[in-house]
Write a protein that binds this ligand. Structure first.
Ligand SMILES: [Zn+2]
Length: 223
């Protein structure tokens, strides 16, 4: 199910929305890993950005993807554009599907430098993720000054998830989101939408999503 913009309005707020972009309808959206329906994905992101007042082609949209798999679909859709800064943190491509997302993949043509891949070694922890995020990624995001922030929120990097070998806990996911929310507040008045991606241990997923929603809805970021 993909919530439409009308549904976004139903939340009565323009920030802190989480939606399930994947469930049962893989053609709806290219965000994260889909390699089909890419044009639909581009149009969707364009439409969301327009909804939040981003003016193309000079807009600046930040897409941060922390699903444990590389966001190859999103990268492919936007790798030649500098009006979308795409950043993916994921388990190293030599050790996990889909086998892309090396640090050397930095965008192409006009988009060179506007794709950031942060492959993480198997068994990376909250501390590993947060150190790289805070020291390298967050400064790049801040320098970009996004007008709108989209998060591809996959929770399959959780240590209890059966599909991968990353050892994040709910604490790590919470810290990533809280800092992304703070960034959105600083740069664009809190214009942030989070799209639910993977997560295959349902106990871990439900706990992480509940906390994610709580942080999104809080008046102040919980840093
Ligand atoms: Zn995934």
């Amino acid at each position: 199910m993909l919530l439409t913009f009308v549904d976004l309005d139903a939340f009565g707020r323009e920030r802190g929305v989480l939606w399930n972009a994947r469930g049962g309808d893989h053609m709806t959206l290219t965000l994260h890993w889909q390699t089909t329906g890419i044009e639909a994905g581009r149009l969707l992101l364009d439409a969301i950005a327009a909804r939040f007042g981003v003016t193309w082609p000079k807009g600046r949209v930040l897409v941060f993807d922390f699903d444990v798999h590389h966001g190859n679909g999103t990268q492919h859709a936007f790798e030649e554009r500098k009006d979308v800064l795409f950043c993916s943190m994921h388990q190293h491509p030599l050790t996990l599907y889909p086998g892309t997302g090396f640090a050397e993949e930095r965008g192409r043509g006009a988009g060179l430098g506007y794709t950031i891949n942060a492959p993480m070694a198997p068994y990376s922890t909250d501390a590993d993720y947060l150190a790289l995020f805070e020291q390298r990624l967050l400064p790049a995001f801040r320098a970009y000054q996004p007008q709108f922030v989209l998060i591809s929120a996959g929770f399959d990097a959780h240590r209890d998830d059966p599909l991968a070998m990353i050892n994040l806990t709910q604490f790590g996911f919470d810290r990533l989101l809280a800092q992304m929310k703070q960034l959105a507040l600083e740069c664009c008045g809190g214009k942030l939408v989070s799209a639910l991606e993977g997560g295959y241990n349902y106990a871990a997923l439900s706990a992480c999503v509940a906390s994610h929603l709580e942080i999104l809805q809080a008046d102040e970021p919980r840093l």
